[in-house]
Every structure is written in C-alpha cells, then in structure tokens.
Design a protein around this ligand. Structure first.
Ligand code: FVH
Length: 288
C-alpha cells in the first residue's frame, strides 16, 4: 500500500491526526467542510482536496473524523460509490447501531471498513499515551496499520465493526464515572470550606489506592462469584452510600450523581446479597 492517506474532517482531533501523519512522512490529503481549517496543514505540507470526491480519489486509505455519524454519512453521501476498493477508517464517535449501518452501507459499495475509537485528546495524538481501538475488516487494519501507528498505540479488537465503538463508550463511561464522583466529592468537601486544591491532597491518593481493587472485582465479575473471601460486604458499604446521599442533601449538595449507585445497591440488598462484595451490583445492571 502507498503512503498516501486522506483525512476528512479537520476539527481539533482531525487536525491533530493530520499533523501526526505529516510528521510521519505520509503524503497527506485533507478536506474539511470549512475549507480555511486546512490552511495551516497545507502550509505544513498537506495537500488540499477541493472536493470530497477528490479527497477519496487520491488515496487508498480514507480517515474520517467528524462530529458524529450523521455528519459522516452526509459528507460521504454523494461520494460513497468512489470508495470501492478503498479502506475507510472511521474515527468518528458513534453508537453500535450507527456503526453497523455505516459499515454495511460502505461495505455495500466495496469499501474495506475499519471503525475506530480514539482514547486520547488532540494534544496526546502521536504520543505513547494515545491509544486507538480498531475493529472491522482485518485486511483493512493490516494494510493501514503502519500509517495508523502515527496516531499512537493501535489495538485491533476483531472483525465485528462495533467492538471498537462499544469498548470506547465503555471506557468513556468509566471516565465520566470517575469525573462525576470526583466532582460530587469535591462539592461535598467544599460544603465545609475545603478548597478543591486542598481536597486534591486526599482524593488523588485515595483514588489511586482504590484502583488497586479493580483486578479483584474483575475476577469476581468474570466468575460470577461475588461471595468468596469478602472483605467489604455490600450491606456495610450500602450504609456508607446512603449516608453520602443523605449528607449531600443536608449539606445542600445535589446527590443526583450518587442516587443511581444507591438505587442499585438497595436493589442488590433486597435480593439478599448483602454479604457479597460490591462487584455483585453488576448483576442488577445487566438485568433490565
Ligand atoms: N476532541 C476530543 O478530545 C475527542 C477525543 C476522542 C475522540 N473524539 C471524537 O473525534 C471526532 C471529532 O472530534 P473533534 O474534536 O475534531 O470535533 P470538532 O473540533 O468539533 O470538529 C468537528 C468536525 O466535524 C465537521 N463537521 C461537523 N458536521 C459536519 C457536517 N454536517 N458536514 C461536514 N463536516 C461536518 C466539522 O467541520 P467544520 O465545522 O469545520 O466545517 C469539523 O471538521 C468526534 O466524533 C469526537 O467524538 C474527539
């Protein structure tokens, strides 16, 4: 495969991806709806495509990085037939149903479809901290992996195109849980005059220590055995959770972030699993 590659979508992330490709020595063609966003990249050596059709014509690998799948579909609408034999790497954030629909539609035009989930912010692109999850056509990944390495570490998850998107959303869900928990905790501590910077001295090492519990929770989740060698049982932990919700209210802090975990803990307790580890809450999440 040649080192010609196209990036469609030059927002914050698309621009970072294009910069990484240029830096790695790829012949990089760029297209963006608002054309001026390509100017800096062109000054750095990128080739400007005047149309989406031209952007697709000149490269074997087409990377999409747009706001959402609606934008991606709208951008490719007239040009999709030109994708026959090309590799499409869609790094647009999307839902599994959208991924399946787009993979099916572009596959129908003869494109090799690879979906991707970027686990990085734009400044991280090209660094060892960035990783990108891929799934879909194995041939597409094999053919493009050298070029894709410019973005960060690549992890190919398998042929099912939704694998990357679901793992991406799952990781984001862990991140928002962390951020939400941190914000709630900082608001609660703030209600007695502790500043965020003061609180950081406790919350940072506390979260780091709690991260070490994850391997044990993962083993329990995979085995389904939440009852063996329990150290901090759910009945005990649910008292703390209920205290957090009640204390938040009395301190004038909206407990909205903590309400769901209290509801899930109570549901598990009502099922008779108070002596189990907190990992068992996942069983109630799975049962709709
Ligand atoms: N930025 C980040 O931190 C995250 C990190 C993880 C992955 N995400 C996903 O990357 C996709 C793009 O995100 P972005 O940060 O580049 O987003 P923007 O800077 O807002 O740029 C959006 C681009 O999409 C173009 N666009 C939007 N709608 C249309 C449309 N209907 N037709 C054609 N292009 C469209 C927009 O064009 P313009 O407004 O400049 O003309 C930008 O190129 C995204 O899926 C994140 O979830 C980033």
């Amino acid at each position: 495969m040649s080192n010609c590659i196209t990036i469609i979508g030059l927002g914050a992330m698309g621009t970072a991806l294009a910069n990484a490709l240029i830096e790695a020595g790829n012949v990089t063609t760029v297209w963006n709806r608002t054309q001026a966003r390509a100017d800096t990249l062109v000054a750095r050596g990128a080739r400007r495509a005047e149309t989406v059709q031209e952007a697709i014509d000149v490269s074997d690998v087409i990377v999409l990085c747009l706001t959402d799948y609606t934008a991606a579909e709208a951008t490719l609408a007239d040009a999709a037939p030109l994708l026959a034999g090309k590799t499409v790497v869609n790094l647009t954030d999307g839902r599994p149903d959208e991924v399946r629909a787009t993979a099916g539609r572009l596959g129908g035009y003869g494109a090799l479809y690879l979906d991707g989930g970027i686990m990085a912010t734009p400044p991280m692109i090209g660094s060892s901290h960035a990783f990108i999850l891929y799934s879909g056509s194995a041939d597409a990944f094999e053919g493009a992996k050298e070029q894709l390495a410019a973005f960060g570490q690549s992890h190919y998850l398998g042929e099912d195109p939704v694998l990357a998107a679901v793992n991406d959303l799952a990781l984001l869900s862990a991140m928002y849980g962390l951020f939400g928990g941190y914000l709630h905790a900082t608001a609660l501590a703030g209600s007695v005059g502790v500043t965020a910077i003061q609180f950081l001295a406790f919350v940072e090492p506390w979260l780091a220590a709690m991260m070490t519990a994850l391997p044990d929770l993962a083993e329990r989740i995979d085995s389904g055995d939440h009852a063996r060698d329990v150290m901090s049982n759910l009945a005990m932990q649910s008292v703390a959770i209920t205290n957090i919700v009640a204390a938040s209210r009395s301190q004038g802090i909206d407990p909205a972030f903590m309400d769901p975990i209290e509801r899930l803990a109570q549901k598990r307790l009502a099922g008779g699993f108070g002596a189990d580890e907190i990992s068992g809450i996942i069983e109630g999440m799975r049962a709709k």
